[in-house]
Design a protein around this ligand. Structure first.
Ligand code: C5P
Length: 298
């Protein structure tokens, strides 16, 4: 039995370069791996030919619709895909291995923090070890890409990266310091497909590039990151989730800082200048009734 952390990401830059013939969008995005994480604990079960994974939730009080424990969960899909790639190709006639995975959930769902994608990659890495499958990082990348667009970042196990294509082509970036963000979100999450359908793709000459954001990350300058962070999906997400739009406006007015949406939302962050600044921003936000926030460190 062993446990692995499953980290959340935030996007500090996201530009949409166009719509592709497969229905996805061509992206250029900068992702940071955060200190906010779930924990997945892996336990072997005696071999069966039933479900490869039995999923258990450690925290009480999480609603099943936010974290299904059946085949709908990306953890179960990842385990199934892993077996299709390995066991079923070489040992088709023998019972496959199985495992119990206990999850300690901290990352909220539909939040733009890739909690589900991160759990799926942690599952691929954990089961590769538990079942001694010896898959290479390249093979894990291929399986990850078949499960969704923002899984591959987590396969790389780096603090920062530029992701292109659908999001699955990952180029690691050196991260020269630590960054503190104050994250807040409305009670309702955003559906990623709904946000992409509401998007107006910018013409090529209006598209942004991530140069200054990458400079801020490499040199570890939070003030530069605050000024240059950008997410093209923000306006579309505001129309999909007016509660998020209101919250961003109120918090921007109260703090005098730009709010940045992560991924397709609904989590938004303020990029703080240091830990003290993050605590100050968080206490300002706490003055707004029913508005929870948390400090996320990178
Ligand atoms: O790949 P993933 O499951 O994360 O994508 C969820 C949805 O988000 C897709 O079905 C698509 O509607 C949208 N999407 C997109 N372009 C991307 C990534 C996601 O249109 N690059």
């Amino acid at each position: 039995m062993f446990a692995l952390k499953s980290p959340a990401k935030i996007n500090v830059f996201l530009e949409v370069l166009g719509r592709r013939s497969d229905g996805f969008h061509e992206l250029e995005t900068v992702m940071l791996r955060t200190g906010l994480h779930d924990v997945l604990e892996f336990r072997s079960l005696p071999g069966t030919s039933g479900d490869p994974v039995r999923l258990k939730l450690m925290n009480p009080g999480i609603h099943n619709s936010n974290f299904p424990l059946d085949g709908q969960n990306l953890i179960c899909k990842a385990a199934k895909r892993l077996l299709e790639w390995t066991w079923e190709r070489s040992h088709n006639d023998q019972p496959h291995p199985s495992a119990e995975i206990w999850v300690w959930k901290q990352i909220p769902a539909e939040a733009g923090l890739a909690g589900g994608s991160s759990n799926a990659v942690t599952t691929l890495i954990g089961l590769n070890r538990l079942w001694r499958l010896n898959l290479s990082r390249g093979e894990l990348h291929q399986i990850a890409a078949s499960l969704g667009s923002d899984l591959n970042f987590f396969v790389e196990d780096v603090r920062a990266a530029v992701c292109r294509g659908r999001g699955e082509l990952v180029t690691p970036v050196e991260c020269g310091g630590s960054f503190h963000f104050v994250a807040f979100r409305p009670p309702v999450g955003n559906s990623t497909p709904a946000v992409f359908s509401a998007l107006k793709i910018p013409p090529a000459d209006a598209q942004r590039t991530p140069g200054s954001v990458l400079d801020a990350i490499r040199r570890g300058i939070p003030g530069l990151l605050e000024k240059t962070a950008f997410n093209r999906l923000t306006d579309a997400a505001r129309t999909v989730n007016p509660q998020m739009a209101d919250m961003m406006e109120i918090i921007e007015r109260l703090t005098g800082r730009p709010a940045l949406m992560s991924g397709s939302g609904s989590t938004c962050v303020l990029a703080a200048r240091n830990r003290r600044d993050a605590i100050r921003l968080q206490s300002l936000i706490s003055m707004i009734p029913d508005t929870a926030s948390m400090i996320i460190t990178v």
